[in-house]
Write a protein that binds this ligand. Structure first.
Ligand code: NAD
Length: 730
């Protein structure tokens, strides 16, 4: 174990350097912690050592705790294992903080400084927070912060307690509750770190500080006599306002479904009422409670471990590198323009083609607008803008596609037009070029019939808006070959999005699950369920948008179009007549959703959503008896979740990890649950079948439990115990 190395120079300054072998970024393991502990002991005991610098040999300080370790801690030791492990970390960091000083006089400690060359996240900031000073290199690309809340936990190695005592609850809130990350200069301005220096002066300045530090420089405010929490503790008038406000804000944002946010607030509130060491113990108890909550482990599994595994090519066929060098995009509309931006921004040369030059230019101007916004926010330089725009050639000339190794077609959703484009493209590109379609509804296998090389034909389905949405769905047609899949995956990695690979079937995966959610909401409206109940039930179970708001956002005419096409394809088997009655009536009245300023909601002239449309009640009278909240929630969740199970059963989904990660990133499926399959594991297949049976009896066969689910219920199986790839750590 060589994660940390200790060297003492002739002036008595010991440097502990973090350098995890075979990793580009330092991450903390339990063994790493033990080594750091023993090196701190050595340096504190060595009379030749005057002070200590903790730094990194890599360009960054640390990416955080290895979350696999946290998952393992829970598995091995349960609540006690976690609590003891966390208290042990507290003891090590507290040792750094007290640095051998006399506990009564607070004198005689050795100064310890954290010198951060770059990014410092999670435990990578919690260790520095226990040091006596934090100095960072002026590296604008570095990110400093505590992002734990984003994966369903909170800073549990003293970060929560220290940051609140350092800045006050109000100032610490964005860093703890939103996981806000800052560059070094902003981190200094916010009081997160103490000093920013030129990168080549980092270690010299750290040494200078160590050698000049006085006893008083080592005493943390909370260890000094008469400490008062900045902004006021909970029973101080100002503190009272903060804590009451924070509780309300957190609840408004999380709807009470994220255990980590609540636990964090509890740790902060309760910790603020007691001495520092007791506060650490309280933090450890809440942290343990969060780690024991199935929601946290499911979130860590999907949003961290499996998301990363998919990004690193967990499902990539073994093929030579397929990095995209020159990309052709046909259709410079909303999607084509977005795909051009993310690709050029990732350094790929782009040819953007539309039927008319104005349309092609308009598509390119979308990139310009995003880059200009970046410039006004000081996130993008003029030079970067020129470089990105310089990579995009907007033209009508198909000959410009010569030399492209990947084409993404994003023209109108029309079989004939797409077929013609496919033929025109294949006439000019080389024989190895892969052709991808961004269709959202047309079967890839059918579209591939227009191609002379169906093994090189694939679906790459982006979500709108392309620059914001993190998921890309890759669809294998019947004839699609492995190289096309590898190409699509390598492309998605280049543009830094998360891929899932699914087989070809109606609506692929994401739309297959989200459409029934919208439809169930509309069905309930037609049945006389209070629209407010429908919308709030969805949000209270962690959906980002209620079904009525969602269809307003995606547009009601798109819903009508999809309904008509589906009815045509399915004939008598079409199940959604009741939904169409509502959708078509809305469309007939011109209430097409947000873009029209009128839909299930009303909007002001600027497009701001005001509230549910007051004509809804007349059109869909509210029934005298209303369903229970949980019944509405079960209907809304099961509508999506059963579709995910069927997709797995049908072989559309090939890997359950993709089913969960795709659901959260693709359509915002209740992230606290870890995804639809994780949610089913959480409640258990037997309970899920029970809910399905009840809903089927009352509302019809769309809730019938799939055979797979029944079988799992009978055998007491879970999705992850039955289907998780063997190598998976969590
Ligand atoms: P859009 O109408 O905004 O853009 C289509 C563009 O294609 C237009 O600029 C049009 O001029 C151009 N075009 C049409 N025929 C052409 C031809 N023969 N040659 C060159 N250019 C041609 O549509 P969009 O929303 O960008 O959708 C494009 C595709 O992406 C569709 O297949 C759609 O189903 C799919 N998609 C859309 C969304 C979405 O949310 N809008 C999401 C995922 C996928």
């Amino acid at each position: 174990m060589t994660d940390f190395e200790l060297k003492t120079d002739a002036d008595g300054v010991a440097t502990i350097t973090w350098n995890v072998a075979d990793k580009s970024m330092n991450v903390m393991s339990l063994a790493g912690f033990a080594l750091l502990d023993s090196l701190i002991d050595t340096a504190l005991a060595d009379t030749a050592v005057k002070g200590i610098i903790i730094t990194s040999a890599k360009k960054d300080f640390a990416g955080g705790m290895d979350l696999n370790v946290i998952a393992k801690m829970r598995e091995d030791g349960g609540a006690k294992g976690i609590f003891d492990g966390v208290m042990n970390m507290h003891a090590i960091l507290r040792k750094i903080e007290r640095a051998g000083m006399d506990p009564k006089t607070l004198k005689g400690g050795k100064p310890i400084v954290a010198a951060l060359p770059g990014t410092a996240l999670g435990i990578g900031l919690e260790i520095p927070l226990s040091c006596h000073r934090i100095i960072a290199a002026d590296n604008p690309k570095a990110k400093i912060g505590l992002p734990e809340i984003m994966v369903g936990i909170f800073p549990g190695a003293g970060g929560t307690t220290r940051l609140v005592r350092k800045m006050g609850a109000m100032m610490a809130a964005p860093f703890l509750l939103e996981g806000k990350l800052s560059d070094p200069k902003s981190a200094k301005a916010a009081g997160l770190i103490d000093e920013v220096v030129a990168p080549d002066e980092l270690l010299a300045r750290a040494k200078e500080w160590v050698l000049g530090a006085k006893d008083a420089d080592l005493v943390k405010p909370w260890d000094a006599k008469g400490y008062k929490m900045p902004g006021g503790a909970p029973y101080h008038p100002a503190g009272f306002m903060t804590f009451v406000g924070a509780s309300a804000m957190v609840h408004a944002k999380t709807m009470g479904v994220y255990p980590a946010a609540k636990a964090l607030l509890s740790a902060v509130y309760e910790g603020a009422l007691v001495p520092f060491d007791t506060a650490l113990k309280i933090e450890a108890r809440w942290f343990t409670s969060v780690l024991m909550n199935p929601s946290s482990s499911a979130m860590i599994r999907s949003l961290f471990i499996n998301k990363e595994a998919l990004e690193k090519g967990a499902v990539r066929p073994a093929q030579p590198d397929q990095t995209v060098k020159k990309l052709g995009i046909i259709g410079a509309g909303m999607m084509g323009a977005g795909i051009a931006y993310v690709s050029a921004n990732a350094g790929i040369e782009v040819v953007l083609i539309d039927a008319k030059q104005e349309a092609a230019d308009h598509g390119k101007s979308y990139s310009e607008a995003i880059l200009d916004k970046g410039i006004s926010r000081k996130k993008v330089t003029e030079q970067k803008k020129a470089e990105v725009l310089g990579r995009i050639t907007a033209t009508t000339d198909y000959a410009a596609l010569a030399g492209c190794d990947l084409i993404v077609e994003a023209v109108f959703e029309d079989m004939e037009i797409k077929a013609e484009v496919t033929r025109k493209v294949e006439a000019v590109v080389g024989p190895d070029c892969i052709f991808a379609t961004n269709t959202s509804t047309l079967p890839i296998t059918d579209l591939a019939k227009a191609s002379a090389r169906p093994d090189q034909f694939i679906g790459i389905h982006f979500f709108s808006p392309v620059d914001k949405m993190l998921l890309v769905e890759i669809i294998r047609g019947k004839a699609t070959g492995d190289r096309a899949v590898a190409k699509a995956l390598d492309f998605v990695r280049q543009i830094r999005k998360t891929p899932i690979v699914v087989n070809d079937a109606r609506f692929f995966y994401a739309n297959r699950c989200i459409i029934p959610y919208i439809n169930e909401g509309i069905r309930m409206l037609a049945e006389g369920v209070e629209p407010v109940l429908i919308e709030n039930a969805a949000k209270l179970v962690g959906m980002p948008l209620g079904p009525l708001q969602l269809v307003d956002e995606t547009s009601i005419d798109l819903g009508v179009k999809i309904a008509k096409a589906t009815r045509l394809a399915m004939g008598d088997a079409y199940p959604d007549g009741a939904v169409d009655t509502v959708l078509f009536a809305m469309a007939d009245q011109g209430r097409l959703g947000k873009k029209a300023g009128a839909g299930f909601y009303s909007y002001d002239e600027k497009g701001k959503r005001l509230g549910l449309w007051d004509g809804l009640e007349a059109a869909y009278p509210v029934a005298g008896t209303q369903p229970e909240l949980t019944e509405v929630q079960h209907r809304l969740l099961m509508a999506q979740v059963l579709e995910a199970v069927r997709a797995l059963e049908d072989g559309v989904l090939m890997d359950i990890r993709e089913g969960d990660v795709g659901a959260i990133l693709g359509w915002g499926f209740a992230p606290w649950s870890g995804g639809p399959l994780s949610w089913l594991d959480m409640i258990g297949a037997a309970r899920a079948v029970e809910i399905c049976d009840r809903l089927t009896a009352e509302f019809g066969d769309r809730f019938k439990a799939p055979t797979l689910l029944r079988d799992m219920a009978a055998k007491g199986d879970g999705f992850y115990s039955r289907f998780a790839p063997k190598k998976q750590a969590a």
